[in-house]
Design a protein around this ligand. Structure first.
Ligand code: HEM
Length: 369
């Protein structure tokens, strides 16, 4: 199938393209920037199956390769891709165990007052330099970035520098664009290494200090993995939330009736956020997985060595999973979405020491549950 997933036409109306793909079948082959030829799924059922079967569909090839990373690419890209989302178990679990504590329900709820304070400050200053104001620059990007910097324990004074780096990283759609970002990526790596070194010498707070503690107690994490972890948290943690905030505001501006309905009773927010997660689907595809053995999937024979990349937005718009899925319905209940994906990179078994409800692990990003 020819589908241009980086065109403006697709970004403006993904539903039409998804319909076209779904009518071609539940599993279709598409061409994707940087990844090349890859299978994708168009139903929720199959996306769920692929993501949960981490024996048959793995992130790495048998010899450790990752889809999209080519032998000729600069080493720095390989180093930064050395994070948990690019690993299968047991390596994935080893790294995930180190940070899970910071994402337990209690830890996240403890952050809530601070997050509200930052949000209020930013909202209060939104029009400080005049109207109209850029919501993305002044709020949607700044809020998650500030929260993730606090979570990591990075100095507030460094945030403007971070925002500049981070904004650049999100605007590429192909290999050349990625390569042009190398100087920024190197600067950021040097910065993160310096931060880690400072914490090793002088101590600190937040997740960076936690990583250093694990390292100093002889835990299994290399220096490169520490940098890659911080890099992943910074990007996975802010880019997603930025788009969820700006996309939700955009939809509310287009639908003043929905905005009024929400404003009438703010306790409706939880339900509304679930629907924004589904409808906006900020992560449209998961990372590609490699097929480890020939398998029948949705009537298609996919072969060992093929790549498959479940399409989360198609899963979320699957009419079999949610009625009138093309409609934004803030009262939708139940809301069956895979906005956070599923499988080992999202859910975690709660350890024996963590069986009380307030210690259960919150899937990354799902702080509101
Ligand atoms: C709107 C909010 C968010 C959405 C929609 C979202 C979505 C996702 C998805 C779909 C995956 C799995 C990708 C795959 O399987 O290939 C994922 C993984 C991940 N996300 Fe998020 N995310 C959000 C917010 C966050 C936040 C706030 C953080 C951190 C502070 C975060 C950190 C991570 C990490 C570390 C992983 C990898 C976990 C692992 O490999 O075990 N995400 N996210």
């Amino acid at each position: 199938m020819r589908a241009d997933f980086v065109s403006q036409a697709y970004f403006r109306n993904p539903a039409a393209e998804i319909e076209k793909l779904r009518s071609a079948g539940p599993v279709v082959e598409v061409q994707f920037p940087m990844i090349g030829k890859v299978w994708t799924t168009t139903t929720q059922d199959l996306a769920d199956r692929v993501l949960k079967d981490s024996e048959t569909f793995t992130i790495r090839t048998g010899v450790g390769g990752v889809a999209g990373l080519q032998w000729w690419m600069p080493r720095i890209l390989r180093t930064l891709a050395n994070h948990m989302l690019s690993k299968d178990d047991p390596d994935h679990r080893r790294l995930r165990d180190i940070v899970d504590e910071a994402f337990r329900r209690r830890a996240v709820l403890e952050m809530e007052p601070r997050i509200l304070t930052i949000a209020d400050e930013l909202a209060g200053n939104l029009f400080a330099d005049g109207s109209p104001a850029d919501l993305v620059d002044r709020y949607a990007r700044t809020l998650p970035l500030s929260v993730i910097c606090e979570l990591l324990g990075l100095p507030p004074a460094d945030r403007p520098m971070f925002t500049a780096w981070a904004s650049g990283f999100t605007r590429f759609t192909g290999t050349l664009g990625l390569i042009s970002l190398i100087p920024n990526i190197l600067a950021m790596r040097r910065y993160l290494e310096k931060q880690l070194e400072a914490v090793r010498k002088n101590g600190g707070t937040g997740l960076i200090a936690e990583l250093v503690r694990v390292e100093q107690e002889g835990g299994q994490i290399s220096r490169d993995e520490m940098v890659a972890m911080v890099f992943l948290l910074l990007f996975a943690g802010h880019e997603t939330t930025t788009h969820l905030i700006s996309g939700s505001v955009y939809e509310l501006l287009r639908n003043p009736g929905l905005r009024d309905w929400l404003e009438e009773d703010w306790s409706r927010t939880g339900l509304a956020v679930e629907e924004f997660l589904r409808f906006i689907s900020v992560v449209q595809f998961t990372k590609p997985r490699f097929v480890r053995k020939d398998v029948e999937l949705g009537g298609v024979r996919v072969k060992k060595g093929d790549k498959i990349m479940p399409m989360l937005v198609a899963a979320n718009f699957d009419p079999q999973a949610n009625q009138h899925s093309e409609k934004l319905d803030l009262t939708r209940k139940p809301n069956r979405h895979l906005a956070f994906g599923t499988g080992i990179h999202v859910e975690r078994k709660v350890s024996k020491a963590a069986t009380t409800p307030d210690r259960s692990v919150i899937p990354f990003g799902q702080c509101n549950k």
